[in-house]
Every structure is written in structure tokens, then in C-alpha cells.
Design a protein around this ligand. Structure first.
Ligand code: SAM
Ligand code: SF4
Length: 273
């Protein structure tokens, strides 16, 4: 049995119970739709929250009504000691779902420790099953490593495993269909995400998932630079260090827009997808 929890409502009556934590803006890939090849401006290390700061924020968020936490990035597996953070978050009473979104390049090595630490499940990015196209799209990634990561996640019990597949227009594209076939064969769930162009303010609903659906949005985000972001499609952010975790959470909640709009740059790498 879980203890009774508070319920967090935004000004439009939406229940907010989902916190997505970007643990780093760093990544071991450079996917073409997410990052430029060169010249990525990194968040200075001094501004990245420590595990203890993330834990304190997560505890307060759970106390306010969050029961679902996802670790993302950047690439969460490049944050050193990530399994220690997973362990810390898994101990918070009231966390019913603790998941991670990852490119799985390093998951073969880390899956057992993550599962042991209390991670429940993973979403893995996989846009194609063609090794050359994979390397091209990710600017240097190794398809086999992601496939090995998927197998390791399954063996470690990080299930159900969902595959995130970015498509240009529809899930009918050949690479997406190959991913769908692979998912069916392997007993995994595939979700197709239309490639978003943030600068134009264009964003899409996630097919087979719950993203991009403003009336039903249930989330807040912690960005890699320590701000609570009420919406991925807005530049609003409330600094945890400047305001303190509780005020940052409350202000983000109170300023959650009715629907997404524009933001100055692709927020995926710093805020998490
Ligand atoms: N590095 C991890 C990964 O790739 O799974 C987690 C962070 S990544 C920013 C989270 C998700 O955002 C991935 O599934 C990725 O495919 C998606 N993504 C990144 N840029 C996108 C874009 N322009 N449009 C749609 N999805 C995007
Ligand atoms: Fe890295 Fe994920 Fe962005 Fe690809 S989508 S560059 S793996 S953060």
C-alpha cells in the first residue's frame, strides 16, 4: 500500500503527477534532429544540479503529488554514477514509476546495476535498423550497441521496453516500418514521434504515447541547468537554486501554459524529450 498523496493541479485543472528529470545536457551521440555536429554550448558543470539537489527536489515534488519520474537528458547514461541517483530516487515513498529514456549505447554494461538500483523500465531510441543509416543519423552511433542494450534491458527486467522512433512524417516510412516489425517480433512497444521543428513552433503529438497532447498534459520538467520547465514548447523556466525547490515547483505549476508555443532553440538536449 502507498500512503495517501497530495494532488497537484495546474490553473487549468490538469493533474500534474509526472516529473521528467534531465540529468545532463551531454550526450555520446549527435543525432541530426537533436544536436548540431559541432559548437554545442554546454551547460557549465557548476550549474548542473548534484544528485543530492535532484533528490531534494524530487522528494518535494512527490510530496506535492508526483508519482512518476523519468530520467532523461542529453544521455542519462553519460552522467557518472547514474545508478546512484536511481537508487536515491527509488527510495522515495510514493514513487510508483521510475523510468529512463536512453539511446542505449551504454546500456549493455549498465542495465544490471540500474535494475538493481530500482529502475523499473526504459524507453530506448531507435529510428532505424539499418546500421549505416543509424550511424549517419546519430553521427557515429553503433546500431549493434543499441540492440545489445535492448537485450540487456530485457534480461535485467527493465520492462516493458518501449522504442522511441522519430519519423519525418508518418509511421509508414520504411525505416519506421522496420522498427515496428522488429518491435512486434521482439515483443516490444514502438512509439512513433514526428520530427519536431522547435524554432518554427511546430510540434507534434506522439503516436502511441502521451506527449504533445496539451489538454491532457500531466508533466513538469527539470532541465539540465536546474530550472523547472512547465512546458517543453516554451522558454519559461524557474531556477531551483535561486527560488528553492518548492517555490520553483509552485511557480512552474502556476505558470503552466494552456498549450505549447514556440521556444528559442531545440530544447531536447537540455530539457529532455
Ligand atoms: N538521449 C536519450 C535518447 O535519445 O533516448 C534521451 C534524450 S532524447 C532528447 C529524448 C527523445 O527525444 C529521443 O527519443 C529523441 O529521439 C527525441 N528527439 C530529439 N530531438 C527530436 C526532435 N527534433 N523531434 C522529435 N523527437 C526528438
Ligand atoms: Fe543524444 Fe538523445 Fe539527442 Fe540523440 S536524441 S543526440 S541520443 S540526446
Amino acid at each position: 500500500m502507498f500512503p495517501e498523496q497530495n494532488v497537484m493541479k495546474d490553473p487549468f485543472g490538469r493533474t500534474i503527477n509526472y516529473l521528467r528529470i534531465s540529468v545532463t545536457d551531454r550526450c555520446d551521440l549527435r543525432c541530426r534532429y537533436c544536436m548540431p555536429a559541432k559548437g554545442v554550448v554546454r551547460v557549465p558543470m557548476a550549474r548542473i544540479l548534484s544528485f543530492e539537489e535532484i533528490l531534494e527536489l524530487a522528494r518535494i515534488a512527490v510530496d506535492m503529488g508526483v508519482d512518476k519520474i523519468r530520467l532523461t537528458g542529453g544521455e542519462p547514461l553519460v552522467r557518472r554514477g547514474i545508478e546512484r541517483l536511481v537508487h536515491m530516487l527509488a527510495q522515495i515513498p510514493g514513487v510508483r514509476d521510475l523510468a529512463m529514456t536512453t539511446n542505449a549505447q551504454q546500456l549493455q554494461r549498465l542495465a544490471p546495476a540500474l535494475a538493481e538500483a530500482g529502475l523499473m523500465r526504459v524507453n530506448i531510441s531507435l529510428d532505424t535498423l539499418d546500421a549505416q543509416v543509424f550511424t549517419h543519423l546519430t553521427r557515429g552511433g553503433d546500431l549493434q550497441k543499441t540492440l545489445d542494450g535492448i537485450a540487456a534491458a530485457r534480461a535485467a527486467g527493465l520492462t516493458p521496453i518501449k522504442l522511441n522512433c522519430v519519423v519525418q512524417r508518418s509511421a509508414d516510412e520504411p525505416h519506421a516500418r522496420a522498427v515496428a516489425d522488429f518491435a512486434q517480433k521482439e515483443g516490444l512497444q514502438a512509439r512513433f514521434i514526428q520530427q519536431m521543428d522547435f524554432e518554427s513552433g511546430y510540434f507534434a503529438q506522439v503516436d502511441g504515447g502521451d506527449g504533445g497532447d496539451c489538454p491532457r498534459c500531466n508533466r513538469l520538467r527539470l532541465s539540465a541547468d536546474g530550472r523547472i520547465r512547465p512546458c517543453l514548447f516554451s522558454d519559461l523556466g524557474f531556477s531551483v537554486r535561486e527560488l528553492g525547490p518548492k517555490r520553483a515547483l509552485i511557480q512552474a505549476l502556476q505558470n503552466k501554459p494552456l498549450r505549447g508555443g514556440r521556444c528559442a532553440e531545440n530544447p531536447m538536449r537540455g530539457v529532455g524529450g
